[in-house]
Design a protein around this ligand. Sequence first.
Ligand code: SF4
Length: 446
Amino acid sequence: MALTGMQIFKLLPKTNCKECGVPTCLAFAMNLASGKAELDSCPYVSDEARAQLEEAAAPPIRQVALGKGVRAAKTGGETVLYRHEKTFYNPTLIAGLITADTAADDVAKTLTDWHALQYERVGLNLRPELVAVKDVSGDAAAFAAVAKQVAETSEFNIILMSEDAAVMEAAVAACGFKRPLLYAATAANVEAIGKLALDNNLPLAVKADSIDGLVELTTTLTGMGLKDLVLDPGSREVKQGIEDMIALRRAALKDGNRALGFPTIAFPCEMAGNTDMEALVAGMYISKYGGIVVLSNLTTEALFPLLLERLNIYTDPQRPMTVTEGIYEIGTPDENSPVLVTTNFALTYFIVSGEIEASKVSSWLLIKDSEGLSVLTAWAAGKFSGDDVGLFVKKSGIADKVKHTELIIPGYAASIVADVEEELPGWTITVGPREAAHLPGFLKAR
Ligand code: SF4
């Protein structure tokens, strides 16, 4: 539970030395409580007080870092039950499964196919993060070989799936440098797998056949010194699966149960009879409350909607998606190319730039910061007024790139023409179409 300013104050030295940048320890405590200060700013906090403050400040669900490199990711760290209360922080990670009896050539082909599954949307690269390598025969050498191949020849990070500590140890030796997630510690192997994770500083998934069973295991493992745990309550039936996820989230957030304050892993690949159903189950876990989902295969028809669902759910509802203010080249514009201006709402940018691209008329697209609002909303809110747009165009430097003085503004902002003209004397302000879909015809007809 978060501490109040007064509770924090009681743990501070109370010398009012001002080294933290504020006049008193009380002011510092208040800033700390409201997230406006970092504990490190006070050099005199005792180790004991620091431990208490860090413990209190920790999110109720621990954030666990997985993997290395460009697809390294975090899971957990969530603080609310419902996205609209604040936001969700770390998107559900998506894994494809490869069994350890797969031939090296087939592994290579699968990795190539999966690597190609990347989609650009609103300036983001949407893609899966993980490959789950599953031991199927207890063959340590085969398991380690596939893990090594995935680690050394792909960007993917790894979940190592074996309940045999000796088999797991061989794979850790082969791919430990990629910080794989070990799956799983169970009642039968908790000491051995826990020690392996601890010795190699690796995150560890915990599997039980009930939530009570998870509490026992995580209590044992945290007692051994492990912190980065991931929970699998063992449910492989859809109704029980969703109930367990909700119960785990509520236990961590509402009851403050630290033994269950970890992200989760779910296995749609073990819960559905076909790939369509598997994708639906994965979708369920993305919305409630899977930290990682493992699919039997990654195909574009299953993956793409899941990535979009994930994007929607893990976008901060209080912060519109934006692009950076500035001049954007669409195609290969030159000094005679048209100049258009619009707002920095990401969706507006991508629709407008896409339509300009479709027109095959290379253009300069000026993006004005409108706090992430679309054209009509920004205009109505005074964030896309004629003065502002004129001033922005002046400062943007576009006049150095073109030898004409015509600016095309969105049709929905037609009423700002006079004000823009006043701010940009000598420029011709042309009103473009209201709908982006009409831009190609408009540009081609000029
Ligand atoms: Fe108090 Fe620490 Fe700030 Fe000094 S640096 S005023 S001891 S909180």
